[in-house]
Design a protein around this ligand. Structure first.
Ligand code: SF4
Ligand code: SF4
Length: 247
């Protein structure tokens, strides 16, 4: 469990870094920049997150994302497993609207006119004005209320517009057979204790994934909680170009 303690410690550190980093991840600032033809650091970040996912899946979500961390911090208050399925598609709709607006704004501005990493963050510090504090509390407050009302990481499932880009990167690597970080399982060793399912922060039925030897889920955030909790070492997180089935 040392790995999970490290993961949680890292996530708390990234939450504490939010006053500096928040606008570097802001989809709203990306659109404000696009309106003037400016490529912001937050737009560069969207591209980089997809590239990272090509090699390491949604490791950003599981280990780095301050939003994910805020939701996990609230697990003691409500760790109900959340439904996936068609509800997970909501975030694809949000990403599609964001992408359409982005393209339309750049076209209106006459193209990509400049790259300004500090656009909207001139001091380099995100929470530098009273308005930015209001935006911070609205964004974080919304995430907190959603988590308390629904359960485990609901924003990651339904609301995150970054996730579809990372999922695209992840499946592009799988499609072309490129080496990538992914789960593998030796299903014949499984004793169906379901500890993996119980401990998955994304509410995935990991036991069923093991039984079907299909360990790739778009919602998996490569947190390795299932790997670390399994008493029979059935699941592993590996970097290779092989498929999801180990045996
Ligand atoms: S924790 Fe391990 S043994 Fe238990 S159900 Fe999951 S894969 Fe099987
Ligand atoms: S399946 Fe395993 S690695 Fe993926 S999110 Fe769930 S616990 Fe984490």
């Amino acid at each position: 469990m040392k790995r999970q303690n490290l993961r949680k410690a890292l996530m708390v550190i990234f939450v504490l870094s939010l006053p500096v980093t928040m606008f570097y991840l802001s989809p709203l600032l990306t659109l404000q920049g696009a309106w003037k033809g400016i490529v912001t650091s937050s737009l560069v970040f969207v591209g980089l997150s997809a590239v990272l996912a090509f090699f390491a899946g949604r490791v950003f979500c599981g280990w780095i994302c301050p939003g994910g961390a805020v939701q996990e911090v609230l697990f003691p208050a409500n760790d109900r497993r959340v439904p996936g399925g068609k509800l997970d598609l909501i975030k694809y709709g949000i990403a599609a609207v964001w992408l359409a607006l982005l393209v339309a704004f750049f076209i209106r501005a006459g193209g990509l006119l400049s790259v300004q990493p500090l656009y909207g963050i001139e001091s380099g510090f995100s929470l530098a004005t009273p308005v930015s504090y209001v935006m911070f509390y609205v964004a974080m407050g919304g995430m907190v209320v959603l988590s308390l009302a629904v359960g485990r990481r609901p924003f990651c499932h339904y609301g995150c517009m970054l996730a579809p880009f990372m999922i695209a990167g992840k499946y592009a690597a799988k499609k072309i057979g490129s080496p990538r970080l992914h789960l593998e399982a030796e299903s014949e060793k499984c004793i169906d204790c379901k500890l993996c399912t119980k401990n998955c922060p994304m509410s995935l039925d990991v036991n069923a994934m093991v039984r079907s030897s299909e360990m790739d889920s778009p919602e998996c955030i490569s947190c390795a909680a299932c790997v670390d909790v399994c008493p029979r070492q059935v699941i592993s997180l590996v970097f290779s170009s092989t498929g999801s089935k180990k045996s």
